[in-house]
Design a protein around this ligand. Structure first.
Ligand SMILES: [Mn+2]
Length: 285
């Protein structure tokens, strides 16, 4: 029996029978402003017990799904390459077993090793990127692999035209010019759906896409963001795509002493689970 401390609510099914595996990647080694996202996975799990497993918006109960939260990957401190290696091994193992993944960050860089693996297993992989920041720098303070460059690194793997950005409101002129080249910012649903079709999709959500008043507990807060309702509607609109995985990153819980940011993050995770799970996967109905 899994307990509050090590399991997202309702996600306590056996690993073997689960088609969605949740794991935590508590790494914040390149955070440039306010580190602390390493504490997010456990805080999200704890906060999840304040939520219901049933979502009226989706008319889905995550208790009815086959989901196993296996806990956190254990990382050596300050060893980025070893962190990458561990995330890649984990992703490769689950992907071989045809299981979807949902990774709880950690900082945004953790998305890169995941995509590195998935892009090898899936042709025509598309990435939906929900974030306040473009993360499209070539390098950041002489570093190629950082939370500020992660989408640029991913673009090198799958092609920039296959990344669809939502909510971006901060970046350099060059980053915005890169995004503008493919007109892939805040694409309307009909066009997105046409582009994506039935191709495999990975969803990466940086929680700082939310307004600072909604989620102050994050590493690089950016005022002028989405309301919770706007983000929820956006995520709901993605339902039905052929998702192979997702991540929710950049909660830094200790910057919000009220604990509300962790609760917000937990509900984003619940909505993400509902978005990436197809109705066919529901049992008992
Ligand atoms: Mn961000």
């Amino acid at each position: 029996m899994k307990t509050i401390s090590n399991c997202f609510i309702g996600c306590d099914k056996s690993f073997e029978n689960s088609d969605l595996i949740i794991f935590g990647a508590p790494y914040d080694g390149t955070s440039s402003f306010r580190p602390g996202s390493r504490f997010a996975p456990d805080k999200i799990r704890e906060a999840s017990y304040g939520l219901e497993t049933y979502s009226p918006d989706y008319n889905m109960d995550i208790e009815d799904l086959h989901i196993s939260d296996i806990g956190n990957i254990e990382f050596p401190f300050g060893e980025k390459n070893k962190v990458f290696e561990k995330i890649k091994n984990c992703t490769a193992d689950f992907s071989k077993m045809n299981k979807k993944i949902l990774c709880l960050g950690g900082e945004h860089l953790i998305t890169f090793p995941i995509i590195e693996v998935l892009s090898r297993s899936y042709d025509n992989l598309k990435v939906i990127h929900v974030d306040a920041h473009a993360d499209m720098r070539d390098t950041y303070i002489s570093e190629k692999f950082s939370h500020a460059t992660v989408l640029n690194n991913i673009a090198e793997l799958i092609g920039q035209k296959n990344i669809y950005h939502y909510g971006i409101r901060s970046g350099t002129r060059e980053e915005f010019e890169k995004i503008a080249k493919y007109n892939n910012l805040n694409m309307k649903y009909n066009k997105l759906s046409e582009k994506i079709g039935n191709d495999p999709v990975y969803l990466t959500i940086d929680l700082d896409v939310l307004d600072t008043s909604v989620l102050p507990g994050t590493g690089t807060p950016e005022p002028g963001g989405l309301t919770f309702k706007e983000l929820s509607e956006l995520l709901f609109s993605f339902k039905g795509f052929n998702f192979i995985g997702a991540d929710v990153v950049e909660l830094a819980p200790d910057y919000d002493f009220t604990g509300a940011s962790s609760i917000v993050a937990a509900k984003v995770v619940r909505n993400t689970i509902c978005t990436i799970s197809r109705y066919a996967e529901i049992v008992n109905i």
